[in-house]
Design a protein around this ligand. Structure first.
Ligand SMILES: [Zn+2]
Length: 421
């Protein structure tokens, strides 16, 4: 006798890996919970599709029916009816195309194949696709309506993300929707689209001298002292500091470079290597730091000489210890002043750029020191004379940096946020 029962499960990532977990029904026969390792978990807290288990002879088969619980129960009922009534002819559901999840996988794969695709961009795509799918709960692209997109945007803002981030994510989502042949322009009127992409361009935040000094004082480990000073006096991006090796530092010429590390899968942003001056005091500190352990490859690696991706946590922790948390920002309010949004690594970069501009270094040069894409394409094909000219410039620049980075900061000199991103 064949097994005539269809079972609705959810394919869930558990602590033991992906498992088919039984669905617990409410009295009204809706999905109430998912039974994961013997515990009833809210369906919202489990990622993965609903799957219906049936038997064909002895063979167990699973069929995915999407992530929407209502749709999953409907499909399950339909299958159960066909199993209970083998003579009944029920028209098969119309054949549908690829699901949003299928498209998402395909989209990410296609993007990953494009040359010069940075890890940050891929991470960003991944985040947006996951968030949108979790939020919209539609299975097929043709089911997407205006409110799905608006609700996603709203959810981002409710979570406390800035208008700027929400705008960026909407842009990324639009790219994906277009990939699925969803006509965003037809779905959302122009005026609404404009609202979704609007954000106030904020003035650049920079650290004050006092804040930097307090951070230094509150840092117990030499590692952090050198790291903060490095970020502050080179304007390096976090990733660039993470993957900095000792061979990137030229103590003789007093320069530091951003270079590719193919084996670590690190490539400078916009695929542009660059060299910037090292101020004397920082150079000395780095030399002392090197003496502590001459065996590592990375300058700011972990104890096992791996790239350290916990720099931001350390900064937040030390800012808190130094009593610098503002108690006013959203993050401070939410966390009881345990974590302050006014402390982040990129702010060192903004401070660096601002100081150089303040001391009279022109914007083009500052952009070059920061490693900006718009100017960089020109640097790639540096001819020899130009390379030499840059070397001469570097020497001059090192003097400017020296002066600029030890001058007190004026709070009233700002540059546009995007100019130091
Ligand atoms: Zn704060």
């Amino acid at each position: 006798m064949a097994n005539r029962k269809a079972v609705l499960t959810k394919y869930v990532k558990t602590s033991h890996g992906w498992r088919h977990c039984p669905v617990v029904f409410s009295k009204a026969n809706n999905v109430k919970a998912i039974l994961v390792n013997g515990l009833q978990i809210s369906p919202d807290k489990t990622a993965g599709p609903y799957q219906i288990r049936t038997y064909h002879g002895d063979q167990m088969r699973y069929r995915s029916v999407g992530t929407d619980p209502v749709e999953a129960v409907n499909q399950w009922r339909l299958i159960q009816i066909t199993l209970d009534n083998p003579d009944l002819e029920i028209p098969a559901a119309p054949e549908r195309g690829k699901t949003i999840a299928d498209f998402a996988k395909e989209f990410l794969y296609a993007r990953s194949l494009e040359p010069h695709r940075s890890r940050d961009t891929m991470d960003n795509y991944r985040v947006v696709l996951e968030e949108f799918q979790a939020n919209c709960r539609k299975q097929f692209p043709e089911q997407i309506v205006q409110t799905d997109i608006l609700a996603y945007h709203k959810a981002l803002r409710v979570r406390g993300l800035s208008d700027r981030t929400a705008s960026n994510r909407f842009g990324t989502l639009s790219t994906f929707l277009r990939y699925m042949n969803v006509d965003v322009k037809a779905l959302i009127p122009k005026q609404t689209r404009r609202k979704l992409t609007q954000y106030v361009k904020k003035e650049v935040e920079i650290y004050t001298d006092e804040e930097v000094e307090d951070l230094m004082a509150a840092s117990r480990r030499a590692y952090h002292k050198v790291l903060w000073q490095f970020l502050y006096q080179t304007g390096f991006r976090m990733q660039e500091a993470m993957y900095l090796t000792w061979s990137d530092i030229n103590f003789k010429e007093q320069t530091v470079s951003v270079t590719s590390k193919v084996d670590l899968d690190f490539h400078p942003k916009d695929w542009e290597e660059r060299t910037v001056p090292l101020v004397v005091d920082l150079s000395r500190k780095l030399a002392v730091w090197r003496q502590q352990d001459a065996s590592t490859r990375l300058v700011f690696g972990t104890d096992t000489d791996k790239p350290n991706d916990k720099m931001l946590y350390a900064l937040k922790r030390i800012a808190r210890r130094a009593g610098l948390n503002c108690r006013q920002c959203e993050s401070c309010q939410k966390t009881g002043a345990k974590e302050c949004e006014r402390f982040y690594l990129h702010k060192f970069r903004a401070t660096y750029a601002t100081r150089l501009l303040q001391s009279g270094v022109d914007l083009r040069t500052v952009q070059r020191l920061l490693g900006h894409s718009d100017l960089q394409s020109k640097c790639v094909t540096y001819s020899r004379p130009r390379a030499q000219r840059y070397k001469v410039q570097l020497i001059r620049l090192s003097l400017r940096c020296e002066a600029a980075l030890s001058q007190p900061l004026s709070q009233h000199f700002w540059i546009e946020a995007h100019e130091c991103a």
